[in-house]
Write a protein that binds this ligand. Sequence first.
Ligand code: SF4
Length: 468
Amino acid sequence: MERHTTVISQPELDRQAAICREIASYWKAEGRTPLAFVDTYGCQQNEADSERIRGMLRACGYRMSDTEEGADCIVINTCAIREHAETRVYGNVGALVHTKNRHPAQKIFLCGCMMGQPAVVEKIKHSYHHVDGVFNPHQLWRFPELLQSVLTRRKRIFAVDDSAGNIAEGIPVVRASKLKAWVSIMYGCNNFCSYCIVPYVRGRERSRRPEEIIEEVKGLIAAGYKDITVLGQNVNSYGKDLDCGVDFADLMASLAELPGDFWLRFMTSHPKDASCKLFDTIASHNKICNQFHLPFQSGNDRVLKTMNRHYNRAQYLELVDYGRKVMPNLVLTSDVIVGFPGETEEEFEDTISLIEQVRYDALFTFIFSPRGGTPAAKMEDPTPKEEKNRRFDKLCNVQNRISLEIHQAYVGKTMRVLVDGRDGENLTARTEGGRLVRLPGDDSLIGQFIDAKITGCTTWSLVGEAVL
Ligand code: SF4
C-alpha cells in the first residue's frame, strides 16, 4: 500500500538538533542557564507533545521551571476540545502581559490544537501582541528553528499549515514521570465525528512504524518505567496506513512480549474499530492491563448516527459482552456526551439505560460544547441549558452510584498495585484497571508493584493497606 504520510527526513531532524546546539551555545555565551515553563491543557496526547517540547528546550540549554514568572521561554500547549478550555487559555495568555512586562526578554509561544484553527491564530495575531510565536501540531518538530528565529530576528512567528500531518521520529523527550510514560503510536484521526475538532487540527491518521515504537518501549523498560500507555486518537486503526501487516493487536502483543516487569495500557479506542482479536490479545497477555476505555457517547441510535459514530447501541453492547466474556475482571471506562443537539428526553434515557446495563467503573461525562467548524455546531439545539444540566446531574448520580457499588465489591480483596506517589499522609497507587488506591506506607514503596488489601472505598477511590 502506498503511504501518503509525510515522514520528516533525518537531515531535517539533524538540522533541528544542530539548531538546538546553536541556541545552547548562545546561552552559554550569555553566561547563564535560561529557564523555560511549559503549560499543558487537554489530553494525554498534549502531555506527550509537551514532553517533546521540554526535550527540545533542554537540548537548547533551558532548565525547566514550574512557574511562568521569570521564565525566559513560555510555551502554552492548548486544547480545543471544549469551549471552557479555550476560554481558560485566552484568560491565562492575557495575564502573561504582566509577566512579560516584568521580564521583557521573555519569549511566549502558543501551540497545540487551538492553533490548528485559523480564526484563533488570527485572534492571537491581532489581539495578543505579547505572544512571540504560534505553531500548530504539524509544526512541533520545527520548534528549535522557530525559537531561534524569535530569539535572533526578534519578530513574531506564525508557523501553521493545513497539511494532513507528518511523523517525526527521534525528537528528544523530557518525561514528567520516572514511572509512567506515554508513547504516541499514531497521530490524527479519520473519523470526523460531527462534534469533534480533532481531525481538523491534528490531521489524518498516521501510524509510526512498529520497529520505532518497540525500540522506544524497550528504552523505557530499560530506564525502569513500569506503567506504559500507548496513545492515539483511535488506536484500533493503528497500522492501516502501513504496509507491514501489523495491526494494533499485533503491536500490543509484540510490546507485551518484551522482557521486564511492567504494565501496558492504551488510549483511546473507537468502538467501530475495536476487534475481538484485540480483546483476545489483552486477555492472553498478563502485561496488558485488563482495562478498556471504550467511548460510547450516547445510548441512542439516532443520536449516534447524527454524531457520525458508525456503530449502534446493539453493536456496542455486543463488543462489551465479548470483552467481559474473555476478561471477567475487565475494568471498563467510557466517555459520554449529554445534551447533543436535538437529544430528546427519551433519547437521553437510552443513555441512562445503557449505563445501567454496562455498569462502567468510571465515566468521563461532558455536556455538549459546540466547536466552530464542526457539523454539530451548526445543528439546531433547542434544549435549554438548564435542562441539559439536569440531565447531566441525573447521569452523574447514576454513574456515581454504580462506581461506588463496584468499589464496594473490591473491599476485602487483595490486588496487585503500582505505588506511584504520595498525597499527604498516604501513598497513592493504581490497580491494573487504573483505580486509585490510597494506603499508608513509606516512600521506599514508590515505584514498586506490591500487593494491597482493599479495606474501604469512596466513589472515586479505594483505601488499602500494603500486604508485605
Ligand atoms: S474518533 Fe471522533 S471523537 Fe475521537 S478524535 Fe476522532 S473525530 Fe474526534
